[in-house]
Design a protein around this ligand. Sequence first.
Ligand SMILES: Cc1ncc(COP(=O)(O)O)c(C=O)c1O
Length: 458
Amino acid sequence: MSEFSTAQVHAGEARDAAHGARVTPIYLTAGFEFDSFAQAEGRFGGGEAGYTYSRSGNPTTAALERRVAALEGGREAIAVGSGQAALTVALLGLVQAGDHILSAQNVYSGTRGLFENGLRRLGIQLEFVDDPADLAEWRRRIRPNTRVLFGESIANPGTDILDIAGVADVAHEHGIPFVVDNTLATPYLLRPGDFGADIVVHSASKYLGGHGSTLGGVVVDQGSYDWSTSPFAHLTGPDEWLEGASYVQVHGAAAYTAFSRSVVASLFGPVLSPMNAFLIQQGVETLSLRVQRQSDTALAVARWLETQPEITRVDYAGLESHPSHPLAQRYLPRGQGAVLGFRLAGGAAAAERFYDAVDLFSRMTHVGDVRSLILHPASTTHAHLPAEVREETGIGGGLLRLSIGLEDVDDLIADLARGIAAVVAADVTVPDVTVPDVTAPDVTVPDVTVPDAVGAGR
Ligand SMILES: Cc1ncc(COP(=O)(O)O)c(C=O)c1O
């Protein structure tokens, strides 16, 4: 199925032979009954196709897996209970104690937390590339035990665009798989596998589901990496469960997904409920329509924000002023996504006024919803990080992040104008030394002229 919009409503669907239900049914069952002793034995060890228990596979979940794999142009997918679970399964399917992961520094704060608090405790080494746009730095930081290169196609919240083809080349020069979190771009805007990513990860809680009702995550093996010649001994070496054969011998090109499904996802157990798989699949069916509209609105909002004197900088790769704009033109020609950040000259005090003044934007930590959302990262998602790490990753006190939904653009701009008006009314258009900022404003404060009134048209 070649065209995206056709694939998003048809790819991988499970037709219901028994009753003819047109929509993939919700198989809300813990387990599956066996016809006989022989069938039970065959499904567990004998290589017979069929389901056993929903922790290791379920028809509703499998339909979602096939659909997302098709949309990403991948060979196979594993759906799990959240984006964090997807990252965990994707990485623990590859690394073990003593291995090294090299990641872009500008990744989502939860991913950074997983690396630093979760994986590091398991003896996995982590290192961050300070300037993810610098391919020489990626190359320089690879160690003999580096087993994964990792980055986000559109970084959350800075919206820097990853040079996927460039980093993929560096990874492959060293025989290392390249894992990309494609949550903010979605396969509608960008398919990292087309540019050399080997494994693509999603928080399906965001745009794939789209309605903000459900958590989920997906890992897609693009089928580009040759597991048979890889340095991953758990895939190429003898395995007790496989009676001494290796995952590569038994599963061939599916070695990584077979291991990640049966050992990591199934035994660590971050299962996706079939109910949630159904809801995410409902969302996927309108993905292209939502993401196109949300990207178009985000660009209009970003352009408006850029004209506001109280704002020193707008982070949105669709803007010509963003350092990633040339990469956005190459990788994201249809649109640059619907997450953007902007910095108020008045720092944290101004951000607080703005945040409390908006009415239409929901104050919450989430992105990719049909509703527009606003977040103050420095005091919430990034509050636990040391100030120097926040500074390094561009999370100043004046930064607010928006996730643009499906509302009318004029209503959104009118709401943001309410935020600007509150900043102006409180006279926090420049840094206020009496109000402690979460971090010092990270940009030079321009000459600000305070307008008398702020309207949606400005
Ligand atoms: C880029 C990115 N990856 C992963 C996650 C984690 O996803 P979840 O909240 O579904 O666990 C998020 C959540 O915001 C995210 O923005």
